[in-house]
Design a protein around this ligand. Structure first.
Ligand code: ATR
Length: 291
């Protein structure tokens, strides 16, 4: 990164009202005295191709991509890195001298969030709730970095889960891949799983009273429940799991580590993690007070 003149980075999505990425990257750049300007680029679908194309300008070092464009940007880029191609979604773009390269740093974020529990998942069964982009990143991260025995997908829409499993079976043929949509099968699937990941948006503010798993589901204190949501920090699902003594992981570490990997790709420098945590938790508290 040229440290002399200001370089621009934007987050592209719609709507962008709740994003914490500008606060995270601006605080890190300030701490490291980097001339980085991180702004929001809230655009409608019709403007996406022109906006992506304009990132080739040398003033731009890249962008983050968020809902609903993580899949739509793929054909607009010049190169897609392996994990992003396998996941089928891009959340980070790097402008290398006019060439736009797509990465998926959500995969890194999820893998790092699971660092402390990796050994307890080895050769065990994992249950992922959801079959969208976040669920695909979760499946890739777990399959690639945790060597589980198998991954089961539970999703409301069957054909999405079916396509998901078909796709990942090809990439990771040594693992078992299954899916189901019937809620009656949930208690058994939960009981069989060492790790349960919520990769749906169910439970996210302003619908924080809802949970992707029914209240009659029981957990055990050997299980780990990871909710990728970070607004609120303690979702209804995590509160429910805590009452059974299960270990819980909220979405903050994933968010920080996806940002850290993106920051490193753009600047070549590690993101100061302690500062990032402080910044994100402070912002979440402020937002919570405002709501
Ligand atoms: P993302 O890229 O963040 O994963 P997405 O692709 O829209 O977003 O996927 C959202 C996931 O949450 C999907 O698995 C979706 O289920 P469907 O495939 O059936 O749409 C799931 N989801 C969202 N709202 C839900 C709800 N109210 N009940 C159950 N699942 C829900």
């Amino acid at each position: 990164m040229n440290m002399q003149s200001p370089v621009r980075i934007g987050i592209i999505g719609h709507p962008l009202t709740h994003t914490l990425s500008p606060a995270l990257h601006t605080a890190a750049a300030k701490e490291l005295h980097l001339p980085l300007v991180y702004g929001t680029l809230d655009v409608g679908n019709d403007f996406l191709p022109a906006l992506i194309s304009s990132l080739r300008n040398q003033k731009f070092r890249g962008a983050n991509i968020t809902i609903p464009y993580k899949e739509a940007v793929l054909p607009l880029l010049d190169e897609i890195k392996d994990e992003a191609a396998s996941v089928g979604a891009v959340n980070t773009i790097v402008n290398e001298d006019g060439k736009l390269i797509g990465y998926n740093t959500d995969v890194t974020g999820i893998a790092r969030a699971l660092d402390s529990v990796r050994d307890s998942i080895h050769q065990k069964s994992i249950l992922i709730l959801g079959a969208g982009g976040a669920a695909r990143a979760a499946a890739y991260a777990v399959a690639d970095s945790c060597s589980p025995q198998g991954i089961t997908i539970f999703n409301r829409t069957q054909n999405r889960a079916e396509n998901f499993v078909r796709h990942f079976q090809k990439h990771f043929p040594k693992m078992t891949w299954e899916y189901f949509r019937e809620r009656e099968r949930l208690p058994h699937a939960v009981e069989e799983s060492a790790l349960i990941i919520n990769a749906t948006s169910v439970g996210m503010s302003p619908h924080s009273g809802t949970s992707p798993l029914p209240l009659e589901i029981r957990f055990s204190n050997h299980q780990i429940i990871f909710d990728i949501i970070y607004t609120p920090l303690r979702t209804a699902l995590l509160k429910h799991a805590e009452t059974y003594g299960a270990a819980t992981i909220n979405g903050v570490e994933m968010f920080i580590h996806q940002g850290a990997r993106a920051f490193e790709l753009w600047t070549g420098k590690p993101l100061p993690l302690a500062l990032a945590r402080d910044t994100v938790l402070k912002k979440l508290k402020e937002n919570h007070k405002r709501e």
